[in-house]
Structures are given as structure tokens and as C-alpha cells.
Design a protein around this ligand. Structure first.
Ligand SMILES: [Mn+2]
Length: 336
């Protein structure tokens, strides 16, 4: 699978002693980041370790029902506590990211830590910063890999229902409700997770039917006022200015999934949402089939991710960034 298996005895041994553990995940954490981190947290907690879960930026509100959501530390607002936890850590887990640059200042602290580092991830092109890696791009989600991690350690029978609820959230969100990145193997994994008592209907409802009126109106606004359809390029772009952000009081998570609506149009192969924020212009791209938005994000917008879902940023302004994106698409338009 990767170079994890040779490291497994070391990790099993380490986990038999009391450790100070940090579980970290990426900025703008999503269902998979939170699900994998909290699932691992719930299991490790039963072994009596001292554990801190750290994310660089605010958590999405729509997942605030997840068990121990409120235990997650956010380095953006709690820098000192997070820095100290990382400095004192003896084991650090990096979940759902594979480059220290994806976790802002948390990455710098991890980089200078001497802790035993474990990376569990499914994004393309990992950096080599960990002592042990469990990495597979064909995995639907990091939650699927955390399931593998439990299996590799031989502890699946000790994993609680709470932890399984968390794993289910990450798989559900990263596959868009089992619509992409699935495999026969994933469904077997999910069967094992459901057998622990996970309520599929309840969690699907909590995850997908969670809009506030404000968020729903924002979705309508994005699609009716801010979407440009480039029919001859089989693409669609939503752009949101700083003004929109202020006007709608857009918070993290409010735009989650908006980009996917564009792909509901039959012929469209590429969808983008470009947002102007205080920290700069961000892009989130989605595609269907073989067309790779990962290449676009990597080559032109200092980002990356997966073939059909990637993100990046731009140092140019909103209008210039949208134009640049259109030019890039025009040079290599997806076939509808
Ligand atoms: Mn993921």
C-alpha cells in the first residue's frame, strides 16, 4: 500500500506507552478533515493518551454536532496553546493533507518538532516530512485510510460507535454522498462501519440538509447573479467579491458545495468558484471525468488536490484571476 507497514510495529509499540499526541488537519477543515481527526481522537482517547486536535482555521458550523467538535483547537485564534501542544508532542498525526504548507503556521511548528510523525492522506504528490505514511490517492477519503489504520493496528473491534460516526461523515462528504471516488472496496469498509450501529439516514440528513435560510439565499444569489456560463467551453464560473462577502456576511462553510451545482448541467465538465477575501483570491475547481483541475491548480494557482476537485490561490485581483482562468480553460477546453 505504501511505506506504512514497516513502521507499524514501531507505532504499535509507541502507542502502548503514554504519549502526548497532536492530531492536525488542513485549513478550512471539511467533513473528512474533521471526521478523520475526531475518529482517531476517539480511539486514541481510550488508550489514555494526552491528545490535542489542531486545525489552522475555523471549523464549519454545519458539523458542530459531531462528538467532541468543541475540543478542536484552532491555531488562528489559539496560537499559543497550539504551538505549545506541538512543541511538547511526542507523536504528531497529519491527516487529510500531505504538505506542511497546507496548514499555515501549524506546518512550521510541526516542521521543527522532533516528534514521531505520521501522515495519513489521499491527496496527490505528498511531501516527505513524516516518519510513517499511510497514503493512497485511490482512497475515497482520509476517513477510509483511518479505517485502514485501525485494521493495520489490529484494533478495529475496539473502535467505538462515536469514532465510526466520524468516519462515516468523512466518507459521505468526500464522496458527495457515495457519488464519486468510490470503489467496491469502499462499500465493504462502509458495511463494517454501519455494522457498528451508525445511523446512515440521520447522518446524511445532518450533513446534506443543513442549510440555514441565509445560506440557501446565498446559494440562490450565487447561481442567479454571480454565475457565468461559458457554454462553448463547457465550463461555468461563480465569482464573489469582497463586497459580496461583506453584504452576505459569508462565513466558512457557507459556500461549501455551491460549486457542485454548476456540474448539474449535462454538458458542463468544469466548474469554478473564485472568491475575493482579505487574505487574497481563492479558487475552488471541480470537473467531471478525465479532465484534471488538479493540473490547472498546480500549474497556475499554487494549489492542488484531486483530479476532479482542487483548489488554489492567486495574487492577482478577482477580475484578473477570473480572466486568467478563462484563458487557461480556452487553451485546453474540456470536451462536453
Ligand atoms: Mn479528504
Amino acid at each position: 500500500m505504501n511505506n506504512f507497514i514497516p513502521q507499524q510495529p514501531i507505532l504499535t509499540q509507541l502507542l502502548q506507552q503514554q504519549q502526548k499526541i497532536v492530531i492536525s488537519s488542513h485549513a478550512n477543515p471539511d467533513g473528512d478533515a474533521l471526521g478523520s481527526s475526531l475518529a482517531l481522537y476517539h480511539y486514541l482517547k481510550t488508550l489514555g493518551h494526552e491528545i490535542s486536535v489542531i486545525m489552522p482555521t475555523e471549523l464549519p458550523d454545519f458539523l458542530n454536532w459531531m462528538p467532541d467538535f468543541d475540543k478542536v483547537l484552532v491555531s488562528y485564534t489559539q496560537a499559543e496553546i497550539c504551538k505549545q501542544a506541538i512543541e511538547q508532542a511526542t507523536i504528531i498525526f497529519s491527516l487529510d493533507y500531505n504538505a506542511l504548507s497546507r496548514v499555515n503556521e501549524v506546518g512550521e511548528w510541526i516542521g521543527s518538532s522532533t516528534a514521531y510523525k505520521v501522515m495519513i492522506d489521499h491527496h496527490l504528490e505528498p511531501e516527505n516530512f513524516a516518519n510513517a505514511q499511510l497514503w493512497r490517492t485511490s482512497a475515497s477519503s482520509t476517513c477510509e485510510l483511518v479505517y485502514d489504520f485501525f485494521e493495520l493496528l489490529g484494533v478495529w473491534d475496539k473502535v467505538s460507535l462515536e469514532a465510526c460516526n466520524c468516519l462515516f461523515v468523512g466518507i459521505l462528504t468526500d464522496t458527495g454522498g457515495f457519488r464519486h471516488a468510490t470503489s467496491p472496496r469502499l462499500f465493504r469498509v462502509v458495511a463494517n462501519i454501519l455494522e457498528k450501529g451508525v445511523d446512515n439516514n440521520l447522518i446524511s440528513d445532518l450533513v446534506f440538509n443543513d442549510y440555514t435560510i441565509k445560506r440557501f439565499r446565498l446559494l440562490v444569489y450565487c447561481l442567479s447573479q454571480r454565475l457565468e456560463l461559458l457554454e462553448n467551453l463547457n465550463a461555468g464560473i461563480i465569482s464573489l467579491s469582497m463586497f459580496d462577502h461583506n453584504e452576505w456576511d459569508i462565513k466558512r462553510g457557507d459556500l461549501e458545495g455551491v460549486v457542485n451545482y454548476i456540474l448539474k448541467i449535462k454538458k458542463l465538465q468544469l466548474a469554478a468558484i473564485v472568491t475575493e477575501r482579505k487574505e487574497g483570491v481563492k479558487l475552488s475547481l471541480r470537473s467531471k471525468g478525465e479532465y484534471s483541475v488538479q493540473e490547472i491548480c498546480k500549474k497556475h494557482f499554487n494549489g492542488g488536490g484531486h483530479r476532479n476537485a482542487s483548489g488554489g490561490s492567486s495574487s492577482e485581483n478577482l477580475r484578473q484571476t477570473v480572466q486568467k482562468l478563462k484563458d487557461i480553460i480556452a487553451q485546453n477546453p474540456p470536451i462536453g
